[in-house]
Design a binder for this molecule. Sequence first.
Ligand code: DC
Length: 206
Amino acid sequence: MIIAVDGPAAAGKGTIARALAQHFSYHHLDTGTLYRRVGLELLKSDGDIHDSKIAAAIARNLHSYAYLDYELRTEAVGAAASIVASIPEVRSALLDYQRSFAEQEPGAVLDGRDIGTVVCPDADVKLFITASPEVRAKRRLAELQANGADVTFEAVLQDIRQRDDRDQNRAVAPLRPAADAVIIDTSELAADGAIAAAIKAASLAG
Ligand code: DC
């Protein structure tokens, strides 16, 4: 059983994917972490973030790089992840790992941008989680401020819009709902409402 959870940054897909995995006792993979790890290594190496050769080499050897969870969650690393994610060689280097993760028994929930369209086009359940850019920026701001970051709403909103633009308009595996995805708009939903809607949709579709 494979559940694909896609959507733009800060729409709530991580919260929903974790809750689905817990509800059905499935494995969970946040695929954004893989791209964030490549971005983080590039930033640490002081290399050119657009250098596709170095980025692909890092992606192919990702298991050999140590990292700390909190390092991955910064806005700088999120932006770097979005840049390296547009490099086709990086995407293909990460594909096998994601596909074998998805094949685990009794099931797996993967969240990202292209799970229902490219990584697991035959997933049993496909959800596309979205919300308005303003709502997403508000949520991301609260998260960043809780971690002590000194950022403004405008800066976070601008970052969200830039990321949407990059993720939706790249040539390879752009962010878009699969034709057979159930769309859940969380703009007006609190976390429990969004989780309940996702569990219902997954139970009906799966
Ligand atoms: O979900 P996130 O914010 O952690 O993702 C960081 C970036 O990684 C995102 O802007 C685009 C990229 N990404 C991707 O291209 N494909 C995925 N399946 C997951 C993330």
